[in-house]
Design a protein. Sequence first.
Lengths: 388, 144
Amino acid sequence: MSKVAIIGVGQSAFVRQYPGSIRELVFEGFREAVQDARITTKDIDASVICSAPEYDKQRSPAGVFAEYLGLNPQPTFYVESLCSSSSTGVRLAYSLVKSGLHDMVAVIGFQKMSEISSSESQERMGRGADIQWESPFGTMMPAYYAMYARAHMEKYGTTLEDLACVRIKAATYGQLNEKAVYRKPVTMDMFQDPENRMAGSVASPLRVGDCCANADGSSCIILANEEKTKAFCKKPVWIMGLGAATETVNLAGRDLFSGLSAAQQAGQQAYQMAGITPKDIDVAEVHDCFTIAEMMAYENLGFAQPGESKDLIQSKETYKEGSIPVNVDGGLLSKGHPIGATGGSMIRTIVLQLRGEAGAIQVQEPEIGLIHNIGGVGLYGNVTILGR
Amino acid sequence: MGSIKEVDDRFKKFGTVSFTSISKTNDFVDYLEKGKVMGTRCKDCGVVFFPPRAECHQCLASSMEWFEVSGKGKLVTFSKLQFAPVGFEEDLPYCIAVLDYGDYKVFGRIAGDLPEEEIKLGMEMVTAVNSLPNGQLNYVFKKA
């Protein structure tokens, strides 16, 4: 069976308010990926468009993008799994290529969140949960993750300082990322000063500094079969493993509150498919929509035993020079989180790392990288493993 | 002559803001009006559901009976919100939480008059119907 590679990656800058329309936003990530792959739009057989619904006036954006990107008459369609939409898109594109239906597929993720107000955005995020039985209580994303943070702190003794360490690490690398929305340093003093904005409570125990920001952005990942890859690509990055799992929407249906079971299962599937263990991962991108989410990811992916994520962050093992560098592009906490574009951006970072093209954030000669991308509050778990 | 069919939209009364108006579990709201929080149990295979549902995913039957959420549950986790989604601003600050009854869990709010310092994970709480100032109904967790 033919292998499947990623031959081109691109993303727009992630910004608070993109000065253009969604088709123009999508063009930025797409152009970078097409130029990176050294192909023409004619070489692309199909496109998969990924975003979370309800942020746009445009219905069925896939057709509009196909026109604007010069991808007519090739087929296109839309997929979503909230914040992990573009990882789902890559999973789908992998199967389209692997099946032989298409030779080359572009996975295009986007979100222009600034078209609606922050509170309207929160309302939509709240409706990513169970609208019949949870949303009538007034729920929102930070509060759900805060409930996991509380349970993790109670069970394992994780502290607010440990959570702050995750944000401090993110900011260390966010400063180096020209495409990140937040590029200033963050210090422990900021979390300890009640007057500082970072220390303000959003949903206890999470503070402003524990949360990523909304952003506008786009990403593009181009997948190809082995034959096309050999024809076009000097530094292919191969898809070694894919995992995807779900958990109940309503928290009342869950048993685990100190970790995300969908992430655990997706991780196990991806490791098994790739034939490797967590120790083989040289660099990782994990879904740090909130600081606690990165801590749980360490444990759910096997980088740390349950309850020991605090040791990993305290000892700086997830910094660039550590034993398992995580989110050395600044993560969602620094880059911002344009929902549908996020997974593609994480994959782009790992591809650049594996090619040795990551610049200031380059990890020393990584061979295998992992992407952990979560939709909703652990509702959709997606893990992708890539190798040189 | 056409006749206007009456729409059974009782569910729109659930919560500060309801996003659902029609459900096969509309009776849930009638029970709230009588002061009862109810789940459903499958008459065919015995599985217990909260939140209530009209069909059983285990045996695919639609023969449900109602049971009352009663007795004490244990607090699994909670969060106190300082920001709220659209339509909930007047309620701030408030706590959302999960209560474990053993056979099932309940997602809801903690009663507004319980200070955050007194809320401890693992504490025993009860679920009680609550009338909201805007005439809507929900339920809250109170110290047992």
